[in-house]
Structures are given as structure tokens and as C-alpha cells.
Design a protein around this ligand. Structure first.
Ligand SMILES: CC(C)(COP(=O)(O)OP(=O)(O)OC[C@H]1O[C@@H](n2cnc3c(N)ncnc32)[C@H](O)[C@@H]1OP(=O)(O)O)[C@@H](O)C(=O)NCCC(=O)NCCS
Length: 160
């Protein structure tokens, strides 16, 4: 597995984050992302996976927040050309470590019930399936709630 350079993002990374967001089938509002990064919403951490030691090429990012005393993985996206290389996994693990550093004992998330790629990724990292939330998204899609105790327990072969 190629390891990405995982770094916190700031306003200088806004353009690259918007680019990755636009390539996602589930893009967030650009207005919200811009506000988060330019105003500096301290409740949210944007965590980037960069291709090299610098920040020239953003491959993907995760957004970590909190809800009801747990860490909440609010978003995760990887550029289409760089998927299936472990970067989504690395970002999720980094978000989990960040949540642990913040004192959370669990990391939760919601994912579309139809999003088999993301469901498989989270399942492979030990996230347990919780409630199904019907009509959760604005288009009527259902969400699957998932959560994992921290630290994540990662199978050694995952890093080979
Ligand atoms: C979901 C997403 C972030 C995964 O990123 P990624 O970098 O491709 O993920 P990884 O390479 O770490 O994949 C880890 C595992 O997840 C599963 N997985 C990932 N993509 C998959 C796919 N398209 N089909 C089936 N399983 C998939 C596999 O088990 C994979 O392990 P493997 O490649 O050894 O088989 C990426 O597909 C994406 O950006 N999708 C659009 C946005 C999105 O759905 N975000 C999730 C919001 S909750």
C-alpha cells in the first residue's frame, strides 16, 4: 500500500478540496465547505491525504466533527482516479486517531444504504452496523448508522 501524507487542511487547500468534492457522487454544498475553511469552523477538522511531502496534490479528504459525545466522520471522499489504493482507509484511520486525541471513545458515521463501497470500507475497519435511518437524505435515500470503539483494531495484513 502506498502511504499518503496525512495532514490537516486549511484555507490554502480550499481549491483542492472543492475539486475532490465535485468529483464525489455525494458532493457537499461548496458554500458550506468554503465557510468551514475560510471562517475556520473549529468544531470541524478537514483531514487531507496528499500525494507527497508537500501539499501539491490532494488525493482525498475526511471531515471529522462530533455528535452526542462521539466523534463523527461527517464526510469522506477520494478522487476517482485514486480509489481502491487504500487512501479512503488511511483517511478513516487518521480521522479515528484524531477523534481519539480529542478524547472521544467512539467514532460514528452515517452512510447511504446504497453505498456499497463505503459500507465495505467501514466494515473492514470494524465499524458495527446500527440503526437504519429511512429518508435521511434530501433525495429520500436511507442512511446506515455505523460506529466503532476507539482505537480501531486494524488487521495487520491491511497495511501490507
Ligand atoms: C468510499 C471511498 C471514499 C473509498 O475510498 P478508496 O480510497 O477507494 O477506499 P480504499 O481503497 O481504502 O478501500 C478499502 C476497501 O473498501 C472496499 N471498497 C472500496 N471501494 C469499493 C468498491 N468500489 N466496491 C467494493 N468495495 C470497495 C474494499 O473492501 C476495499 O478494499 P480492497 O480494495 O482491498 O478490496 C471512495 O469510493 C469515494 O470517494 N466514494 C465517493 C464518496 C463516498 O461515497 N464517500 C463516503 C461517504 S460516507
Amino acid at each position: 500500500m502506498i502511504l499518503a501524507n496525512i495532514l490537516f487542511c486549511d484555507q490554502d487547500d480550499l481549491g483542492q478540496i472543492l475539486e475532490v468534492n465535485r468529483a464525489s457522487p455525494y458532493p457537499w454544498s461548496e458554500r458550506i465547505i468554503t465557510r468551514d475553511l475560510l471562517v475556520g469552523d473549529t468544531r470541524l477538522s478537514y483531514i487531507g491525504a496528499f500525494a507527497s511531502a508537500g501539499k501539491e496534490k490532494l488525493l482525498g479528504y475526511a471531515v471529522l466533527g462530533d455528535e452526542k459525545g462521539n466523534g463523527l466522520l461527517m464526510n469522506l471522499a477520494v478522487l476517482p482516479a485514486h480509489r481502491r489504493r487504500g487512501f479512503g482507509t488511511q483517511l478513516t484511520v487518521a480521522a479515528a486517531e484524531c477523534a481519539r486525541d480529542m478524547g472521544f471513545s467512539a467514532l460514528a458515521l452515517r452512510v447511504r444504504l446504497s453505498n456499497f463501497a463505503a459500507l465495505a470500507l467501514y466494515g473492514s475497519l470494524g465499524f458495527k452496523i446500527g440503526a437504519t435511518l429511512e429518508n435521511f437524505y434530501s433525495n429520500g435515500d436511507a442512511a446506515q448508522y455505523m460506529s466503532a470503539k476507539l482505537p480501531l483494531v486494524i488487521a495487520e495484513e491491511m497495511w501490507e
